[in-house]
Design a protein around this ligand. Structure first.
Ligand SMILES: NC(=O)c1ccc[n+]([C@@H]2O[C@H](COP(=O)([O-])OP(=O)(O)OC[C@H]3O[C@@H](n4cnc5c(N)ncnc54)[C@H](OP(=O)(O)O)[C@@H]3O)[C@@H](O)[C@H]2O)c1
Length: 285
């Protein structure tokens, strides 16, 4: 089985590539430039194609000869990402170009990484883009699987940096629950999906935690004893209209974040790795 993987240089993409290679699949990773290609090849034994996913002409016939397409391609939600394309450009438009190529090439399966509860928040660009793409995928005749994790553990790497600088804050009560999941666990589900008949796979981690507990676990791992300040949710919400005027991408990320912390996001507890163990591993390297 020949896999072509988009988003292979991302947190989840790397885990998917690692898992696929470990299980004997031939993996071709699509990367955006030579520097990314070299870095990926240092750690994972895969073939690579350099292409610009924002330019449809660069993707013509890209899926030809592959059995399986996996897309973990998506605009980063990290506060450190300042790239120009927005969620609609990458998560919807670029993935749709890939889908068109996959249909043309007659691939056997298309596996897409969406997000848990994407269908619940059509007003938010992040979820809207994921859900729109999922619906386009469903409308094709391709065999597909849509993987829907809540937060990946890697999403908390920004919080580790903030905790190190003493800038980690609780926003509002922080009482809403979620079960974040290790990207390696999601990668296993993703590769299992190649031969399964399940088309929608929600996968969360083993522990259900409140947002406050997650912050405290991170602060404890990085700098024990440091007290975390609380910012009122209303204050952050109040900043959104101004941010929207100044920086649309930042607004879309903040609006996403502000919304998810107001709701429980719990997926079936299929992952194995615990957050505490993940943090210890990350902080030891
Ligand atoms: N993080 C989470 O907690 C979470 C939770 C649920 C669902 N998801 C979804 O899962 C998918 C993967 O997430 P992730 O955390 O692994 O994301 P990530 O680490 O930000 O990786 C995203 C991947 O997409 C590529 N990409 C983004 N913008 C690009 C552009 N303009 N041109 C070319 N490549 C571009 C990145 O390439 P570069 O390495 O070159 O930047 C990277 O390979 C996304 O769709 C995300 O929304 C994530």
């Amino acid at each position: 089985m020949n896999i072509i993987l988009f988003g292979a240089t991302g947190h989840l993409g790397k885990a998917i590539a690692t898992e696929a290679v470990k299980r004997g699949y031939a993996v071709t990773a699509v990367v955006r430039n030579a520097a990314k290609e070299n870095a990926l090849k240092q750690t994972i034994s895969c073939n690579t194609i350099v292409a610009d996913v924002t330019d449809a002409s660069s993707l013509v016939n890209i899926c030809k000869g592959f059995d399986v397409v996996i897309s973990a391609l998506g605009k980063s939600v990290s506060i450190n990402d300042n790239s120009k394309p927005g969620f609609m450009d990458i998560d919807l438009t670029a993935n749709t170009t890939i889908l068109t190529e996959a249909v043309k090439a007659g691939v056997k399966k298309f596996i897409y990484i969406s997000a848990c509860h994407a269908e619940r928040y059509p007003q938010l660009t992040y979820f809207h883009a994921h859900q729109q793409f999922a619906e386009r995928l469903i409308r094709t005749d391709l065999d597909y699987a849509i993987i829907k994790p809540p937060a990946l553990f890697s999403a908390f790497l920004d919080l580790i940096d903030l905790a190190k600088k003493g800038r980690l804050v609780h926003i509002g009560k922080g009482d809403k629950l979620t079960n974040p999941v290790d990207e390696a666990d999601v990668a296993i589900a993703c590769i299992n999906a190649i031969h399964e008949n399940k088309s929608n796979i929600e996968i969360g981690g083993p522990e259900i935690l409140s947002r406050k507990q997650i912050n405290e676990m991170i602060q404890e791992a990085v700098n024990p004893g440091k007290k975390i300040r609380t910012i009122p949710l209303g204050m952050v919400k109040g900043m959104l209209p101004l941010v929207k005027l100044i920086n649309r991408n930042l607004f879309d990320k903040m609006a996403f974040f502000v919304e998810v912390i107001q709701h429980d996001t719990i997926a079936p507890r299929l992952g194995q790795m615990q957050l505490k163990e993940y943090l210890e591993r990350k902080l030891s390297v």
